[in-house]
Design a binder for this molecule. Structure first.
Ligand code: BGP
Length: 467
């Protein structure tokens, strides 16, 4: 017997500031680490992206037509504070006032991520998350956002995919190139980010008693490569290091024991104090948001003469940061992959939701899930993205099964509301319900076209989950 999606379920969709806004240096915005990063010349940069900064009214009207109950977006920290801290940039602050007003006008609940990969460059120059001063800067930024927007924002997310920033520290994280002892540095940065998050959660509860706040890690379902006990152990270890380390700290204010012993063995332990641990215990989330795209399959290393060895390799981003001396990523022959080599695993989505809920007993919301694909524009303005509909539909069905299993789930925000620039593959890797008419280097007219998935998702929302 299937349990229906709850009344008032937050059907939504997501974006992030640096991937959708453009206007990278307008109205006083300071540069972020994204603006200073070097990406391959073959893909688009982040200067204009989908030009949402100038077209947000049109976009919000489309979101309203889509029927979104909530819209997840992030605040570009360096729009509010071009230097990361110090003086507020009023023009940058005003942009999010207008965006939130527009959403409220259309009765769309804003779901605001404070920080989505785009650390202000001025802070990075001083050491980024290695510098404890960045913790204070984040706390100040968060408090300012609560002050500015708290009367109209009920749901806040602290840091997007902190675990991926650590696991892929040299790519989307803030690890300066050439850092000696990179892993140790990253786990110290992680500790600082955890403190920053805890302080933001404490401040939110003090300043906005009616609001709710939570973390937003990327949680992947991890399978063992075989029933061999060593493989099961390896998968279990990897789950702790990839997933639970972050949520145990966020929810319980303590280090996951398995992850801790891994860090100790490798010499990665951060420096921590009792006072800091007290802050981590005090800062508690009201809910857990998680991003889910795919599962990962890992095993222990095999004997050199094994013929299985060849199939053991790193296969996708879900295995980022994997330590091959400890774990080996493997193919999963039971699953299909998307055009970008990510496994498609709807059942893993149900498993993941159940695991998180069982561990933490907090309400859950999905803040990313979706299919990146090469969309084809047909007859000037049509996009027949049946593959995206299939992906989302299967995932929504598994979500309903998770609810039927007893998981307290209050929202689902696929990635992405509108086409935006993918972090590593440019605009060619599209996720949106709304097509943005541009190529990697040719901005064309940036017109918006509704994809086939738009009408499909509209029906899903209207019927509260029938698809
Ligand atoms: C998540 C990020 C998003 C988005 C998404 C898709 O990790 O939070 O910002 O980029 O993944 O990833 P990609 O753009 O690499 O396909």
């Amino acid at each position: 017997q299937l349990t229906p999606f709850p009344e008032g379920f937050l059907w939504g969709a997501s974006t992030s500031a640096y991937q959708v806004e453009g206007a990278w240096n307008e109205d006083g915005k300071g540069p972020s680490v994204i603006d200073k990063a070097s990406f391959s010349d073959s893909i688009t940069d982040f200067t204009v992206t989908s030009d949402h900064y100038h077209r947000f009214q049109q976009d919000v009207a489309l979101f309203a037509e889509l029927g979104l109950k909530t819209y997840r977006f992030s605040i570009a920290w360096s729009r509010l504070f071009p230097q990361g801290s110090g003086e507020l940039n009023a023009e940058g602050a005003a942009f999010y006032q207008r965006l939130i007003d527009e959403l409220r006008k259309h009765e769309i609940e804003p779901l605001v991520t404070l920080y989505h990969f785009d650390l202000p460059w001025a802070l990075q120059e001083k050491g980024g998350w290695s510098d404890p001063a960045t913790i204070d800067a984040f706390e100040h930024f968060a408090k300012t956002a609560f002050e500015l927007y708290g009367d109209r924002v009920n749901y806040w997310l602290t840091i997007n995919e902190q675990n991926m920033m650590i696991l892929k520290g040299d790519v989307i994280g803030t690890l300066p190139p050439g850092t000696p002892d990179p892993q140790k540095t990253l786990y110290q940065q992680n500790h600082h980010m955890m403190l920053a998050q805890a302080k933001a959660m404490i401040a939110c509860h003090q300043m906005l008693p009616q609001a709710k706040i939570g973390p937003a890690p990327n949680i992947s379902c991890v399978y063992p490569a075989s029933p061999r006990p060593e493989d099961v152990l390896a998968a279990n270890n990897f789950t702790s290091i990839r997933n639970w380390l972050y949520l145990d700290l966020a929810c319980y204010g303590r280090y996951n024991a398995v992850a801790w012993s891994f860090m100790a063995e490798k010499g990665y332990l951060p420096t921590i104090t009792d006072a800091e641990m007290a802050i981590l215990r005090e800062g508690k989330p009201d809910f857990i948001a998680f991003n889910y795209y795919a599962s990962a399959t890992v095993g222990a290393g095999l004997p050199a003469d094994s013929d299985e060895e060849a199939s053991r390799q790193l296969v996708d981003q879900q295995l980022a940061g994997i330590d091959e001396s400890v774990y080996v990523g493997t193919e999963n022959r039971y699953l299909k992959k998307n055009q970008f080599n990510w496994y498609i695993d709807p059942v893993g989505f149900r498993i993941t939701a159940r695991e998180i809920y069982d561990r933490y007993h907090l309400p859950l919301i999905v803040t990313e899930n979706g299919l990146g694909a090469f969309d084809e524009l047909v007859a000037g303005n049509k996009i027949y993205d049946d593959y995206r509909i299939a992906y989302l539909s299967e995932h929504i069905q598994q979500l309903q099964l998770a609810i039927s299993d007893g998981v307290d789930l209050f929202g689902y925000c696929p990635w992405s509301a509108i086409d935006l620039v993918s972090t590593h593959q440019g605009i060619r890797k599209r996720y949106g319900f709304i097509y943005v008419n541009r190529d990697e280097h040719d901005l064309k007219d940036l017109a918006r076209f509704k994809k086939k998935s738009f009408a499909w998702y509209q029906r899903v929302i209207r019927s509260n989950g029938q698809n």
